[in-house]
Design a protein around this ligand. Structure first.
Ligand code: S3P
Length: 433
């Protein structure tokens, strides 16, 4: 499932206006398939994100014997219970999706069968030992390239024991892999992380009836308890909304309303960061849906200023740094991003990829090991950018093009389909030329 190369040419905009709905949250969509599949009874999912990443998870569970009906609006997952998955006949292809491969590794570690997980050329370069190490301590049998660091990963289901794991990284994928293995482990599994990462797994596990407690940076789960199917309504993805939030802020005379966005506090670092930069952002119609907070987000053009971003704000906005660097480049003064070394091991090295691309737009950027300093520029010069195969780099540079002084081109935009299949359509819809 390699993504296709495509290019997109775009012109600056006079304003960004309108009312939009962004597709469902990627993280919550993955988890709804996983938990629905290992629950008893039927789980229905509305608002599911039909991006390539989530379809990889869906196809993996179909390949393990789970019946998933899809009428185009609602998924109906016929759960097989905690021990009802069957051995896949072939390798499970996770495509570009780090969440699929890392969470599946945890979930498969405690099965009674053998499975192999692989992915595209980008995923096969990403670090996997961060999940293999704690899972092996629980008794998992996992082999992979480079001594277990890289996919393909071969997992021989084993009986697991609960552990107390102090994760060296604030990573929801690591935490979730250990918690999913913990469902199958004897006794209690405890995970502690340096800063709290997104807690969708904890919330959804509780919603499905798991024996789980979360307090601050510590989560405990006890294995063996069956889960029960639920009705899940997936909110809009704040990581997708972020592109249009930044567009609305940096392009003069703009006003944009993004409806039905998930505003889980472990994901709203982008709201805090943009407000600290001086962004005019209001949350309207706040409500709760399937155990997750949701609101409409209203954004108006603002004069942004540079700030310093570090510490626990970083995991709360981890996927938004490419577009935050565009906001920083459009701001007055410099923005310093630190404690963000994790950006180096995302779909691509996002520090380098954004530094390379922003420089093409005439922006001054200093790279650091764990972040970057972006010097605010007075508009961008017309550029030809390259996504380097990363969906969020492609979309960030499309947003930057709105402020350029001429026609821009972004190469390798096919990857946008991994997380935001309707991006180009919405981009055209809201751009006033
Ligand atoms: C995700 C966790 C984050 C994030 C990714 C989705 C998840 O990754 O970057 O897009 O759904 O758990 P890390 O756990 O590597 O920080």
């Amino acid at each position: 499932m390699e993504t296709q190369l495509e290019s997109y040419s775009t012109h600056p905009a006079k304003a960004v206006c309108g009312e939009i709905t962004v597709p469902g949250d990627k993280s919550i969509s993955h988890r709804s398939i996983m938990l629905g599949s290992i629950s008893r009874g039927v789980t229905t999912v509305t608002g599911f994100l039909r991006g390539e990443d989530n379809m990889a998870t869906l196809n993996a569970f179909r390949a393990m014997g789970v019946e998933i009906e899809d009428d185009g609006t609602t998924l109906k997952i016929h759960g097989r219970g905690l021990h009802g998955l069957s051995e896949p006949e072939d390798m499970l292809d996770c495509g570009n999706s780090g969440t699929s491969i890392r969470l599946l590794t945890g979930l498969l570690a405690g099965q009674t069968f053998f499975a192999v997980l692989t992915g595209d050329k980008y995923l096969r370069k990403r670090p996997m030992r961060r999940v293999v190490t704690p899972l092996a301590a629980m008794g998992a049998t996992i082999a992979g390239r480079a001594g277990g660091e890289k996919a393909p990963l071969a997992i021989t289901g084993s009986s697991l024991k609960g552990i107390s794991y102090e994760s060296p990284v604030s990573s929801a994928q690591v935490k979730s892999a250990v918690l999913l293995a913990g469902l199958y482990a004897e006794g209690e599994t405890k995970v502690t992380e340096p800063h709290l990462s997104r807690d969708h797994s904890e919330r959804m596990l509780r919603h499905f009836g798991a024996d789980i407690e979360a307090e601050g940076r510590v989560v405990r789960i006890r294995g063996g308890r069956e889960l029960n199917g639920q009705a899940i309504a997936v909110p809009g993805d704040i990581s997708s909304a972020a592109f249009f939030m930044v567009a609305g802020l940096i392009v003069p005379d703009s006003e944009i309303l993004i409806k039905g966005v998930g505003v889980n506090p472990t994901r709203t670092g982008i709201l805090d960061i943009l407000r600290l930069m001086g962004g005019d952002i209001s949350l309207l119609n706040s409500r709760d849906v399937s155990g997750e907070p949701v609101a409409d987000i209203l954004v108006r053009s603002s004069r942004l200023k540079g700030i310093e971003i570090s510490g626990d704000l970083v995991p709360r906005a981890i996927d938004e740094f490419p577009v935050i660097s565009v906001a920083a480049a459009a701001a007055e003064g410099k923005t310093v991003i630190s404690d963000a070394r994790e950006l180096r091991v995302k779909e691509t090295d996002r520090i380098k990829a954004m530094a390379d691309n922003l420089r093409l737009a005439g922006v001054t950027v200093d790279e650091a090991d764990d972040g970057m300093t972006v010097y605010g520029a007075n508009g961008f010069k017309a550029f030809t950018a390259d996504s380097q195969g990363d969906h969020r780099i492609a979309m960030s540079m499309m947003i930057a093009s709105l402020l350029a002084d001429g026609e821009c081109t972004v190469h390798d935009t096919g990857c946008i389909a991994t997380s935001f299949p309707t991006f180009l359509e919405l981009f055209k819809q809201v751009s006033v030329r």
